[in-house]
Design a protein around this ligand. Structure first.
Ligand code: HEM
Length: 406
């Protein structure tokens, strides 16, 4: 590789040997976050791979992530263009896959200011409470055979119907779609928000909110059922704070220190998006001593960073929520040791929304029910094999028995 402006030989990060045409693709295996973490132990926290002909920079330490997402954030803030962006994500009209630039900035501000600000998160409390009580009813009804299911949909048809229902329907209350339609009608953001952009944002919210939160809850419950002492401690905290009441209130949560630690520890060990979403560099840049050309894809491994022994100690693989009780390290993008939501310009705009939702759901689940594994599966409880894909679920769904305490 030659530096285009100086003509000198470029200094690139270390790379594992690669094949012609496929590059390093054969080294990804079924679980790329694991394979890349092992490779990075050999080739370093900034490692250059090739997926076919595309150069891919893999970032596997908190320090290197800080260099990418803070020092050079602007250069690395774009997204690669893929067939998925084109065919499924309305040609990059959603926030998550839009290339860095004015359109992305406008859409992200709609999310941050109008949909997911602290004020909006608070205002959706009624919707959350209603959904949580529906969930509890469902678990209660099916407590003899609990099962988590996922459904597939023809998204565009579905989103068209959602929009029509919101335009024509006679509904109570305000939700995300109403907020977007109001912005469209009032032109209150200073630019035109068309139907396609609205559908693209709803799609982001829908995918962003369901898959990640469901994954997080599944891993939290898995770890708690594998570590009964943590489940007991959590249940004691929640039941003491909500003493005498049949439900958990959102204001109870701020006193639930152990609950927060349990969620943090799960996000450390099982970030729902272990390699986040790929970034792409828009300019040539010097990153540490390396020359990184424009058009390089960047994979930042929240998974490897959560397992750095230098930060987390020798028991990195252990689920131990207590490690967070006296620590100020948080996941809001300031501490690069824990970045399950990313950091910098592309950070997840829904951290507050996701955290409140998951905290209340978890507190309610352990407040209302006692949990155990079915006898025949008790032996199998250590089977925490992971699925493949961008979001990493359990390969085998979690079956757990809930017994109501009320
Ligand atoms: C536990 C829950 C969640 C986790 C762990 C999570 C994690 C992430 C991560 C790692 C990214 C990519 C950051 C980057 O590329 O640097 C991201 C982006 C994003 N997330 Fe989340 N997320 C969660 C929940 C949500 C929810 C509930 C929503 C919507 C309501 C949402 C909407 C988005 C959007 C729109 C982006 C794209 C931001 C951009 O490209 O500028 N996420 N999220």
């Amino acid at each position: 590789l030659q530096n285009r402006s100086t003509g000198k030989k470029s200094n690139t990060p270390k790379s594992p040997p690669r094949f012609p045409l496929i590059g390093n693709l054969h080294q990804l295996g079924r679980h790329p976050h694991r394979s890349l973490c092992s490779l990075s132990q050999r080739y370093g926290p900034l490692m250059l791979l090739h997926f076919g002909r595309v150069p891919v920079l893999v970032v596997s330490s908190a320090d290197a992530a800080r260099d990418v997402l803070k020092t050079h954030d602007r250069v690395f803030a774009s997204r690669p263009w893929t067939k998925i962006t084109e065919k499924l994500l309305y040609n990059g009209r959603d926030v998550a896959s839009a290339p860095y630039g004015e359109y992305w900035r406008q859409m992200k501000s709609v999310c941050v200011v109008h949909l997911l600000s602290n004020k909006m998160v608070r205002s959706f409390r009624d919707v959350r409470e209603e959904e949580i009580s529906l969930m509890i009813e469902k678990i209660r009804e099916s407590s003899s055979l609990p099962q988590l299911q996922k459904t597939g949909n023809d998204f565009d048809e579905f989103l068209e119907k959602v929009l029509d229902d919101h335009v024509d329907g006679d509904r109570d209350g305000t939700d995300f779609v109403d907020v977007l339609l109001t912005i469209q009608r009032d032109k209150s953001v200073g630019f035109q928000l068309d139907r396609l952009s609205i559908k693209a944002i709803i799609l982001d919210v829908f995918v962003g909110a369901t898959d990640t939160s469901y994954t997080l809850m599944e891993w939290v419950m898995t770890e708690l059922l594998r570590h009964r002492e943590c489940l007991n401690k959590l249940q004691e905290e929640v039941r003491t704070i909500c003493k005498g009441r049949s439900s958990v209130l959102e204001e109870d949560i701020q006193d639930m220190k152990y609950l927060k630690a349990v969620i943090k520890e799960t996000l450390r060990l099982h970030p729902p998006l272990p390699l986040m979403a790929p970034h792409e560099s828009t300019h040539d840049v010097r990153l540490r001593e390396y020359d990184i050309p424009a058009g390089t894809q960047i994979l930042i491994s929240a998974w490897a960073i959560g397992r750095e022994a230098l930060t987390w100690g020798l028991d990195v693989e252990e689920f131990r929520p207590e490690r967070h009780l006296d620590s100020s390290v948080d996941f809001r993008g300031q501490d690069f040791e824990l970045i399950p939501f990313g950091a910098g310009r592309r950070i997840c705009p829904a951290i507050s929304f996701a955290v409140v939702l998951n905290e209340v759901v978890l507190a309610t689940l352990v407040h209302q029910f006692d949990w155990r594994l079915p006898v025949e599966l008790t032996e199998d409880q250590t089977n925490v094999a992971e699925s493949t894909g961008l979001a990493i679920h359990r390969m085998f769904p979690l079956y757990a028995i809930a017994s109501s305490t009320t």
